[in-house]
Ligand binder design. Structure first.
Ligand code: PEP
Ligand code: MG
Length: 592
C-alpha cells in the first residue's frame, strides 16, 4: 500500500531507494559496511557472541538459588530459545552476507524486523516476548562490545563498497546523533529520514553536508516504514512517499533527472569569481567537519574554509579525546588541502545536540543536565577543561606553520571568556616557544551566536580580529526555540524581526570597526537569504561546499548597491520576508 509521511525538508533533491531501518535505541551501535573479505569474520563475531551469551544464560540457570521463583528459570529458557532461533542469527547472517552490514548493525536490523512481527501478534503473551527478544539482543551486542574491548578482535574495516547496479539505500531512523551521522558520511546512503529534528539540528547539517536529500521531524516514519520498502524522499518539500505507484515513481525519476541537470549546470560556475553586478567581490568559504572535506571545498570553488567544526574529530572515540598530535595532523591536513587558502578552525563545540560520546549523550538526555543547550557547551566546556583546551590550541598553532589558520571561538557571551582565552593563548605560545615548535600569527575570531554577544559587540570587537555570525544558534537563543525540536520547528524563523536586527547590526558594527565579518550558519548557504545578507552589507559567506554554486549564481545576478536601499524598510517591517521579496524583485536585475 502506498502512503505518505510529511516532515521538514533539510537537504534538497529527490532520492529513490529501499529503506534501511536503524532502531533508535540501537542507533549508537556501530553501523558500517564491511568488504567481502570481512564477511566470514563478521559472521563468526556474531556466532561467538551467541555462544558467549548462551554460556552466560546457562550459568545463570545453574547458579539459580533453589528457592528462586520457577518463572525465572522459565524466562531464561525463553531467552535461550530466542537466542538459538534461526529467525535471529540466521537472518542476521543474511544481512551481513547480502548487505555487507557489520555484525552489530545486521543484528539490530533483524531485531527491527522481528520486533514488528511481535507488535502485530494478537496474543498478548507472545506480543510481550518482544521485550525478551530485545534483552537477548542487548546481551549479544554487549558480548560483541566486550570482545572488542578486550582487543581480541579488531573491528572490521569501514569500506566504501561499490554498490553500482544495486538498489540505492535510504536510511530511516527515529533519531540519528551527529556522531552516528558521521559514520554514514560518504557511505552508500542516498537519503535520510528521521522522526525527530529540526532544520538546523546538527544531524540535518551533516545530512546537508553530505549533499543528499533528507527529511527530518516526520514524527513517525520509522514506525510506519518497513525494512526494504521502496521509498521516495522529496528533500525540497519534505514529503516521503512509501511504496509509490509506478506513475508517481516515474514522475519523481523525471524530477531527479531534472535536478541532476541543474546541478551539472551550476557546477560550471566553479571557476567564476563571485562578484556582484556592481563589482563587489564576495568571499565564499566552506564549512567542513573533517579534513577530508577540504577536498570537496576546493572542488566546489571555495576560497577558504570559514568553519571547520573541530568537534567532529572528538566524536566516535568511545569518550577518549584526540591527542595533540592527532589534532595537529588533522588541522595540518586541512590546511595543506586548502593550498594556501585560509582555514578557520573553530575550537571544540560539544554539548547540546552534539554530545561528545555516547555516554554523555545519555547523560545529557537524562537526569544530569536539565537544559544542555544552555549548559556546559562550547567555549564554556573548553574553559572548564583547561588542559584539553591548551592541547587543542597547541595543535592549531602548530598547524599554522603549514598555512593560513584563523582561530574561531564558539558561544562567547562574556568579556571574561575572551580574557581567559587571551591568557590561555599567551601560555600556549610560551609553551610552543619553549619547545621550539614553529607557528605563525593566527587571527582570533569569535562566533556571534548568543544574542548577548550581538548586543555587546562594540565591547568585544577591540579584542578580536574577526567575527563570524552563527545564525543557527543565534536564532535558537533569540527566539528560545530548540533548533532540534520538530515540535517548535514552525517557530524557528530566520525572518523574525529580532533576528534580522541582530544580524544586521552585527554586520554593520563589525564593518564600521574595520573587522571582517562572515555568516557561517545555515542562512549563508541558503540562496533564499543571499540577497538579504548582501543587502545587510555581508561580503563573506561560509557554507557546505555543495551550496556554493547556487549561492554564487544568486550573487552574480545581484546588485549590492540597489539591494542596500531596501534594508531600512525590511528592518522596520512587520512582515520582513514579504517586504524583502517585493523590494528585491523591484530592484533586481536578474539575468533570467
Ligand atoms: C551556528 O550556530 O550557526 C553555527 C554555525 O554553529 P553550529 O551549527 O555548529 O552550532
Ligand atoms: Mg553554533
Amino acid at each position: 500500500m502506498s502512503f505518505q509521511v510529511f516532515g521538514i525538508p533539510v537537504s534538497r533533491g529527490v532520492a529513490i531507494g529501499r529503506a534501511v531501518l536503524v532502531a533508535s535505541s540501537r542507533v549508537d551501535v556501530a553501523h558500517y559496511f564491511i568488504d567481502e573479505a570481512h564477511v566470514p569474520g563478521e559472521i563468526k563475531r556474531a556466532l561467538r557472541a551467541r555462544d558467549e551469551v548462551a554460556r552466560e544464560l546457562e550459568s545463570l540457570k545453574e547458579d539459580m538459588p533453589e528457592d528462586a521463583p520457577h518463572e525465572l528459570a522459565a524466562l531464561l529458557d525463553v531467552h535461550l530459545m530466542l537466542l538459538h532461533d534461526e529467525a535471529l542469527l540466521g537472518a542476521t547472517r543474511q544481512w551481513i552476507v547480502e548487505r555487507h552490514y557489520n555484525a552489530e548493525w545486521a543484528l539490530s536490523a533483524q531485531l527491527e524486523v522481528l520486533a514488528r512481527q511481535f507488535d502485530e501478534m494478537e496474543d498478548d503473551y507472545l506480543r510481550e516476548r518482544k521485550a525478551d527478544l530485545e534483552q537477548v539482543v542487548e546481551r549479544l551486542l554487549g558480548a560483541m562490545a566486550a570482545e572488542l574491548g578486550k582487543g581480541q578482535v579488531g573491528a572490521a574495516q569501514v569500506v566504501q563498497r561499490d554498490f553500482a547496479g544495486e538498489d540505492p539505500l535510504l536510511l530511516v531512523a527515529a533519531d540519528i546523533a551527529p556522531a552516528d551521522m558521521m559514520q554514514f558520511k560518504r557511505s552508500v546512503f542516498h537519503g535520510f529520514i528521521t522522526d525527530i529534528g529540526g532544520k538546523t539540528s546538527h544531524t540535518a547539517i551533516v545530512a546537508r553536508s553530505m549533499d543528499i536529500p533528507a527529511v527530518v521531524g516526520t514524527r513517525e516514519a520509522s514506525r510506519l516504514i518497513r525494512q526494504d520498502d521502496w521509498v521516495i524522499i522529496d528533500g525540497d518539500s519534505g514529503v516521503v512517499i512509501v511504496n509509490p505507484s509506478p506513475i508517481v515513481l516515474e514522475e519523481y525519476r523525471f524530477r531527479q533527472r531534472q535536478s541532476e541537470l541543474e546541478r551539472a549546470r551550476l557546477a560550471r560556475l566553479r571557476h567564476t569569481p563571485a562578484v556582484t553586478l556592481d563589482g563587489e567581490r564576495i568571499e565564499l568559504h566552506a564549512n567542513i567537519e573533517l579534513p577530508a572535506d577540504a577536498v570537496s571545498a576546493v572542488e566546489a570553488g571555495a576560497t577558504g574554509v570559514g568553519l571547520f567544526r573541530s568537534e567532529f574529530l572528538f566524536m566516535n572515540r568511545g569518550g577518549e579525546l584526540p591527542t595533540e598530535e592527532e589534532q595537529f595532523q588533522a588541522y595540518k591536513a586541512a590546511v595543506e588541502a586548502m593550498k594556501g587558502m585560509p582555514v578557520t578552525i573553530r575550537t571544540v563545540d560539544v554539548g547540546a545536540d552534539k554530545p561528545l560520546d555516547r555516554m554523555s549523550a545519555n547523560e545529557l538526555r537524562h537526569e544530569h543536565v536539565l537544559n544542555p543547550a544552555m549548559g556546559l557547551r562550547a567555549i564554556r566546556w573548553s574553559l572548564a577543561e583547561p588542559s584539553m583546551f591548551r592541547q587543542q590550541l597547541r595543535a592549531i598553532y602548530r598547524a599554522s606553520a603549514f598555512g593560513k589558520i584563523r582561530l574561531l571561538i564558539p558561544m562567547v557571551a562574556h568579556l571574561s571568556e575572551i580574557r581567559q582565552i587571551l591568557e590561555t593563548l599567551r601560555r600556549v605560545k610560551q609553551q610552543l616557544d619553549d619547545a621550539g615548535q614553529p607557528y605563525t600569527h593566527v587571527d582570533l575570531g569569535v562566533m556571534i551566536e548568543i544574542p548577548a554577544a550581538a548586543v555587546m559587540l562594540p565591547l568585544l570587537l577591540p579584542h578580536v580580529d574577526f567575527v563570524s555570525i552563527g545564525t543557527n544558534d543565534l536564532i535558537q537563543y533569540t527566539l528560545a526555540i530548540d533548533r532540534a525540536d520538530e515540535a517548535v520547528a514552525h517557530l524557528y524563523d530566520p525572518w523574525h524581526p529580532a533576528v534580522l536586527q541582530l544580524i544586521a547590526s552585527s554586520i554593520a558594527q563589525a564593518r564600521a570597526a574595520g573587522k571582517s565579518v562572515s555568516v557561517c550558519g545555515e542562512m549563508a548557504g541558503d540562496a533564499a537569504f543571499t540577497d538579504l545578507l548582501l543587502c545587510m552589507g555581508l561580503r563573506s559567506f561560509s557554507m557546505h561546499p555543495s551550496q556554493i554554486p547556487s549561492v554564487k549564481q544568486r550573487i552574480l545576478r545581484a546588485d549590492s548597491q540597489k539591494l542596500k536601499l531596501a534594508l531600512p524598510a525590511i528592518l522596520a517591517s512587520e512582515d520582513p520576508e514579504k517586504t524583502a521579496s517585493l523590494a528585491f524583485a523591484a530592484t533586481s536585475q536578474r539575468l533570467h
